[in-house]
Design a protein around this ligand. Structure first.
Ligand SMILES: NC(=O)c1ccc[n+]([C@@H]2O[C@H](COP(=O)([O-])OP(=O)(O)OC[C@H]3O[C@@H](n4cnc5c(N)ncnc54)[C@H](O)[C@@H]3O)[C@@H](O)[C@H]2O)c1
Length: 346
């Protein structure tokens, strides 16, 4: 099978990223886009050579794609994904994170997904980033011994006043910093710790964007059954410096993966890995080393992986069941925050 027809639902920031990488993939020969917004239809046509529809159902029925990307606002993921899973079992689905905006949506979608006949991938993009893959590989190879503490930092000023309105509305977005940005770090915690989550505590803060009803800062602790504790320091209220990455401390050393800040923002595909270890196989002199990790374009790699899931039968790296674990942690952290930092057991 070759010459894939792919449909993209939603043509805002992330829809354009998906469109660019499908267009450049080489195995996709027809691109369809569904968006009700005329300006976005024009972009889809002119920039990406897409056939355009104003509604996703007509795109599916008339365009007959074999695969779709859901790149709509968070609140729409559930309606669109559940419709596809029930009405179009032969269509592969790439659903952007988050899987849903509340625990009922996520539970229902995970259940429907288990019966879907085609691949489903959830857009937890850091699992495609070379340096984060390398960090986890080192951990799995026992380069620092048994892990005990993870710390993720996501400090990156993002101007909420310039966001699309749905991102500032908790009903439509499901939440502020944690749901929209910190989710990537919760995903790293779950992926790195590789153990069931047992309890969480969280604190949401409005430190800078006090006029919006979603939090701009979140501090969270996640405890795993294997004894690992993980702490998130996350904020969009941090003008001036960007600090983005994860540190992993083990019995015999530590791994740090961090993304590189550049003037005006973060070089999202440029990350470095540092390793301090007492294991001589990795560092004969005991000095800090920087294991090489490929400079990856993780959104591109994610799209290429999805195409391979559809055309080659490759198993999706992030399934709805994987995403549900992360979403359960996210909802539990919000619950803890709403109860003044009460410990929530999972
Ligand atoms: N994986 C990542 O790193 C990453 C990064 C950014 C955003 N995202 C996710 O991507 C999704 C979209 O975010 P965004 O920043 O592109 O938002 P956006 O507001 O820029 O784009 C959303 C688009 O959906 C369109 N839309 C709304 N309802 C629609 C419908 N029913 N049918 C078709 N189109 C519809 C809007 O017109 C708009 O084009 C979000 O769920 C977000 O969490 C993921």
């Amino acid at each position: 099978m070759s010459g894939l027809t792919v449909g993209i639902i939603g043509m805002g920031f992330m829809g354009s990223v998906h469109a660019r990488h499908y267009r450049d993939n080489g195995r996709v020969d027809r691109l369809l886009v569904a968006t009700p917004v005329e300006q976005e239809q024009k972009i889809a046509r002119e920039r990406f050579g897409a056939e355009v529809f104003s509604d996703y159902r007509s795109m599916i029925q008339q365009g007959q794609p074999q695969a779709v990307s859901i790149c709509t606002p968070n609140f729409d993921h559930y309606e669109i994904a559940s419709w596809l899973m029930q009405e179009a079992p032969g269509i592969a689905i790439l659903i952007e994170k988050p899987l849903g905006v509340n625990d009922q949506q996520v539970a229902k979608l995970t259940k429907l997904a288990a019966g879907h006949q085609s691949p489903i991938l959830v857009g937890h993009s850091l699992r495609f980033a070379g340096a984060y893959i390398k960090g986890r590989e080192l951990l799995r190879q026992n380069a620092i011994g048994k892990p005990c503490y993870l710390e993720a930092r996501y400090k990156w000023f993002k101007d909420f006043s310039k966001f699309p309105a749905w991102k500032r509305d908790p009903e439509l977005s499901g939440g502020g910093f944690l749901m929209q940005s910190g989710l990537h770090m919760l995903d790293l915690f779950v992926w790195y710790a590789d153990s069931p989550v047992v309890e969480v505590t969280g604190h949401a803060e409005d430190l800078y964007f006090k006029d919006f009803p979603v939090e701009d800062t979140f501090f969270g602790t996640v405890r795993f059954a294997n004894g690992v504790a993980a702490h998130l320091v996350g904020s969009s209220a941090t003008k001036g410096f960007i600090d983005y990455g994860i540190e992993v401390y083990g019995e015999r050393g530590a791994i740090k993966v961090e993304s590189v800040a550049v003037p005006g923002g973060l070089d999202i595909d440029n990350h470095s890995v540092s390793l301090f270890t007492e294991e001589s196989a990795y560092s004969p002199s005991g000095a800090l080393v920087n294991p090489s990790a490929p400079k990856s374009d993780f959104w591109k790699d994610e799209i290429n992986h999805f195409v391979s899931c559809v055309l080659d039968g490759t198993a999706p790296i992030v399934t709805p069941a994987d995403a549900k674990i992360v979403m359960d942690v996210c909802f539990a952290l919000y619950k803890s925050a709403a109860l003044g930092g009460k410990t929530i057991r999972l």
